[in-house]
Design a protein around this ligand. Sequence first.
Ligand code: DP6
Length: 333
Amino acid sequence: MYIATYTASANIAVVKYWGKRNEELILPYNNSLSFTMDDNLQTITTVMFSEKFSQDELWLNGKKMDLQKGKKSHVLPVDLLRKKADIDLPVRIVSKNCFPTGAGFASSASGVAALVCATSKALNLTLSGKELSMLARQGSGSASRSVYGGFVEWLKGDLEDGTDSFAQQIAPHDHWPELRNVIAVVETEEKKVSSRHGMKTTTLTSALYEKRLQYLEGVIPKMKEAVLQKDFATFAELTMRESNSMHASMLDTWPPIMYLSDGSREVIYMVEDLNAELGKTVAGYTFDAGPNAHIYTTEEYESVIKERLEKIAHVKNIEVCKVGQGPQQISDE
Ligand code: DP6
C-alpha cells in the first residue's frame, strides 16, 4: 500500500485568471497573482494506491463521486503521476473540505493542490515546487498557485507545451501578517455558470477581453510592488479595479455572465463608503466567479468591516482568513 495525506488551502487572486490559451493543458492568457489562505479554507486529502482496490475511487466530503463525470479533469494529475512513477495500481482518494459551513465556497484549488502533493508523496516521487505546480495546473488552473503559501504568481508562459507555465512564491506567508481577508457570504448556493465554461465564452465573445489583457500587463508589476512594499492603499485600489475589470468582461460576454448579485453590490457600496468616510483606503473588495465578497483589509479595520457587514441584510455569514502556508503533510500513522 502506498499512502500519504496532505492539506492545502484555497487562494484568493488579486489579479485573476479568466481565459485559457490552451484548454487541454490549462494555459492562461495572463499571469495571475494571489494570496494562499490559512486553514480556514483548507482541504485535507488522503491518497492510497493498492492492488486490493478493484478500480479508482474518489470520495468527496463522505460521498462517492462518479469519476466518469464532473470531477474527472480534477483528478487527471493522478494519472500523470502514476505514469511518472511507473506504478499501475488503482487509487482511492478521500478528500474533505474543511471550509466553514455555509462559506459559499466551491474552489477546486485547495483540493487539486492537496491531491497532487499527496499523490506524489504516496508514490515516493521527489518533485520540485515548479513540477507540483505544473501538475496541479493541469487539474485546475488556480490550483497551480495553491501549492505554495504566501503571495504567489502564476506565470502564463509562452510555450505551446506549457513547460514555462507554473506558479512561484513572491513573498512568504509571514511577509504581511496584518493582512486579512474578510469573506462576506451573500449566497451559499453553487454558481450557475462554471468558471471553465464561463471563461471560455468570455474569450470567444467579449470585445473588452483584449483590453483587459493589455490592462493587466501594466497592473501586474504595480501589484507586486504594492504587496512587497506593503502599500495597502495602492494594493486595495488595484485589487478592486482588477475585479471590476474581470466582471466587466463577464458582463460583456455573449450571452452575458453575471456573477455579482444585489448583495455583492451592497458590499461594494459599503467598502466605498467606509474608505470615503475615513478619507483613506482601508479595504478593497474582490469577487471570483460568484457573488461572495472577499474584502482585503488589515487587522486594524477588521472589526469595523465586520460591524458594517452585519448591517447588510444580504450578508448571511462572515469569515476571516489570514494569509496561510502552503500544503502540509499529515502523518498517516
Ligand atoms: C475566477 O481554476 O476554477 O477564481 O482552470 O477551468 O479549473 P479551471 O478554472 P478555475 O478558475 C478560477 C477562476 C477565478 C480566478 C482565479 O482564481 O484566478
